[in-house]
Design a protein around this ligand. Structure first.
Ligand code: SF4
Length: 77
């Protein structure tokens, strides 16, 4: 999955979620269990609207199979 990065001077800006490498949804995607649209819509572009991101930020527990929109996918994890 290609990440979009922008360079300004010596700084690199990314639109990718800072938890992308450790997020279980990335693992599910690499295993072919998760639709790419979740990754593109949230992880690589609009992570601030992700329910997982918001809960992680506030230290609130959320299960591995919770989608970025807050729904639970019982087929996963
Ligand atoms: S699912 Fe949410 S928390 Fe996980 S990497 Fe994507 S945007 Fe970040």
């Amino acid at each position: 999955m290609q990440r979009e990065e922008k360079k300004r001077g010596n700084m690199t800006y990314t639109k990718t979620c800072k938890w992308f490498d450790v997020c279980p949804l990335n693992k599910f995607y690499e295993q072919g269990k998760l639709d790419k649209k979740w990754i593109e819509d949230y992880c690589l572009n609009h992570y601030l609207k992700c329910a997982r991101y918001q809960m992680e930020d506030e230290g609130i527990y959320h299960p591995d199979n919770m989608m970025p929109d807050g729904s639970i996918d019982k087929r996963l994890g």
